[in-house]
Design a protein around this ligand. Structure first.
Ligand SMILES: C[S@@+](CC[C@H](N)C(=O)[O-])C[C@H]1O[C@@H](n2cnc3c(N)ncnc32)[C@H](O)[C@@H]1O
Length: 401
């Protein structure tokens, strides 16, 4: 079934190649591979971002632990209350778990927004989001709606976790003669990379030091998205969480082969063009470019820091402590025994297993060598005081952008 879908997508890509004279820029290929209606990675299947095991390919923070969304909610709630805003807008909501976590926690804190709006490009995922929300927060389901298009003007707290990295990128390859645009062509039955002359350049001056043979990305689609958002967000804050760097790190010679990756079943594939529609394709975010695009369109950069700093500032560890003080959630006796029986010993308590799982997840969210440092949070806003953003109180790095 999945291989059939990939074969159909491949046929569609070959037709697109034929129609465009035998060469597609990489962003056009990535757009099809991820979002071709009914066939792309995000549009043709659902359930890719689970924890290890099953059919998932990678794990995102809200899939790892509900504490991620609950901690983010502390920041969202503070902005909602201080700025008197009534809506949260989430871009690229995946399975809907983050929406359920944020909405549930805002409700618990007594500040559930009047509207929780999701903007999602995948029809398959919209269905999954609806199911997740109906089962996790049934009493709040009538506050959730999906936008088909962005309104011309709106006020909200906007959130997006790992959405910018899922937007198609252009590839540039450095040759003796200068930068070429890398695209996709067909050789026999295979899709392969091929370079063409271009006037495109990665941002100067950072890239002057990149040697011949380097490959890197630029992000016109993500930046276009940020500009559109900036034009239409008349008041509020947008919080984007993603892996990436400021420009001087993104285009550093150490990263001379770029950041484009394909993920399949928790492995990084060597060949990004393998199995279109079955593997995720992603590139890191250039946060300097995001900040500049936002500023040029009238939004202020209100904060930029690592995920670890942001979550700690927003009280993740207090939530963990409160969870442990409250004790573990009830576990059915048979499954508890199966999960928790140590080798040759007495069965451990269900609380022990719960504790270990939570600790491992929190470690992954915060640890420098896991998501804590590679992932960043940027806050862009208009008409909201920066001091409302307590997530950036300690360790703000806006000056590094
Ligand atoms: C890597 S997944 C992240 C899902 C979820 N936020 C999470 O953290 O688990 C990327 C999500 O962004 C969506 N997406 C990609 N481009 C989008 C766009 N321009 N607008 C809205 N959603 C988009 C995808 O369909 C998918 O739901």
């Amino acid at each position: 079934m999945a291989l059939e879908r990939s074969a159909q997508l491949l046929a569609q890509l070959r037709a697109a190649l034929h129609a465009s004279g035998g060469w597609l820029p990489f962003d056009a290929y990535m757009q099809q591979a991820l979002y071709a209606p009914g066939l792309g990675y995000y549009t043709g299947q659902a359930g890719q971002f689970g924890d290890f095991g099953g059919d998932s390919d990678f794990v995102t923070a809200p899939e790892l632990s509900p504490l991620f969304g609950r901690t983010l909610a502390a920041q969202v709630g503070r902005v909602l209350q201080h700025a008197g805003l009534e809506a949260v807008v989430e871009f690229g909501a995946g399975s809907g778990k983050l929406a359920a976590q944020v909405l549930g926690e805002l409700d618990r804190l007594g500040c559930a927004p009047r509207r929780y709006v999701i903007f999602e490009v995948s029809g398959a995922l919209k269905h999954q989001q609806r199911d997740t929300l109906r089962s996790a927060v049934p009493h709040l389901a009538d506050r959730v709606q999906w936008w088909r298009a962005l309104p011309d003007a709106f006020e909200a707290v906007v959130i997006g976790n790992e959405v910018l990295d899922a937007m198609p990128v252009k590839l540039l390859a450095r040759q003796e003669t200068g930068w070429m645009e890398r695209g996709v062509t067909q050789e026999g039955d295979d899709l392969v990379f091929a370079d063409r002359p271009t006037t495109l350049q990665p941002p100067a001056p950072e890239t002057h030091a990149l040697p011949v043979g380097s490959v890197t990305e630029i992000h016109p689609q993500a930046l276009g998205f940020v500009r559109t958002l900036a034009d239409r967000l008349t008041r509020g804050v947008a919080l984007f969480i993603d892996y990436g760097f400021p420009q001087h790190e993104f285009y550093h010679p150490q990263r001379h082969m770029g950041t484009l990756r394909a993920h399949y079943r928790h492995r990084v594939l060597d060949d990004v063009l393998l199995w279109p529609g079955l593997a995720d394709i992603t590139a890191h975010v250039d946060f300097t470019a995001v900040a500049v695009a936002a500023q040029d369109s009238g939004l202020e950069v209100l904060g930029y820091t690592s995920q670890a700093n942001f979550l700690m500032n927003c009280g993740l560890l207090d939530l963990v402590a409160a969870e442990f003080a409250a004790g573990p959630p009830p576990v059915a006796p048979s499954s508890a025994a199966a999960i928790c029986r140590p080798l040759g010993g007495k069965a451990a308590t269900p609380g022990g297993a719960h504790y270990l799982r939570q600790t491992a997840a929190v470690n992954k969210l915060l640890n420098e060598s896991e998501m804590g440092e590679l992932f960043k949070v940027i806050a862009l806003g208009r008409g909201v005081e920066a001091n409302v953003l307590h997530g950036f109180n300690r360790g703000d790095r806006t000056h590094t952008l």
